[in-house]
Design a protein around this ligand. Structure first.
Ligand code: URA
Length: 227
């Protein structure tokens, strides 16, 4: 999907008068902009520090999140908390959101139309929070933020810049629940994330032209502006 298209969705969906997260949440209301609005229990808006320097973007609420209205509260969330603790952070110090705000039935993959309908609000959250660093958890978040078709396995461990923000793709914590070999990789990538976060305030004039830094892996992707 071309970035221009996403920008036009953003522009036409979210009124310019929205200037904080509470107003954005109120604007979403009891959202039924896509069919997931009729099958979800609770809309999962996002949680954390509204001025966080680090924002995580996951895929979509699962069963526990749908029931509680908060992202990453199930088994994957427990691992996320451990990963955060490994770099000296608590959940309350970061912001956590998802590509989709409502649970897809049976945890199926998000559909393109759902992503197109929901992500303008995520883009607005990114604009309002203005994090220095975004960690994309898994394929869907990474593909959305980087505007790429490349998978997380190729992109993890590398650092990108999108609209002046550092973006670091990381495996979704849920993969480690069924593939234990990914646990070590996740902890390693969180150490990289800490390095990026520590350096973020030192980065001069953030790149808006899609440049990237490599954290040790080969390859490149195109990086359209998004937020
Ligand atoms: N997986 C996600 O991607 N997000 C959640 O909130 C929970 C599980």
């Amino acid at each position: 999907m071309p970035s221009e298209e996403r920008h036009s969705v953003l522009d036409s969906t979210v009124p310019g008068s929205i200037d904080d997260l509470d107003a954005l949440r109120a604007y979403l209301g009891t959202c039924t902009r896509c069919p997931l609005g009729t099958t979800r229990t609770k809309l999962v808006f996002g949680v954390g520090d509204p001025h966080a320097r680090l924002m995580f973007i996951g895929e979509a609420p699962g069963r526990n999140e749908d029931l509680q209205g908060e992202p990453f509260v199930g088994a994957a969330g427990k691992l996320l908390d451990e990963l955060l603790a490994s770099i000296g952070l608590e959940r309350s110090a970061v912001y956590i959101a998802n590509v989709l705000k409502c649970r897809p039935p049976q945890n199926r993959d998000p559909l393109a139309e759902e992503i197109a309908t929901c992500t303008p609000f995520l883009a607005e959250q990114v604009r309002l929070i203005a994090p220095d660093v975004i960690a994309t958890l898994g394929n869907f978040a990474t593909k959305y933020v980087l505007g790429t078709d490349q998978g997380i396995t190729r992109l993890r461990g590398r650092l990108f810049h999108v609209d002046g923000r550092s973006v670091i793709p990381i495996f979704h914590p849920a993969v480690a629940l069924y593939d234990r070999s990914k646990t070590e990789v996740l902890f390693e990538d969180f150490q990289r994330l800490k390095t990026v976060l520590d350096r973020a305030s030192d980065l001069s004039a953030p790149s808006r032209d899609g440049s990237r830094e490599d954290l040790g892996h080969e390859g490149a992707v195109d990086q359209p502006t998004l937020f």
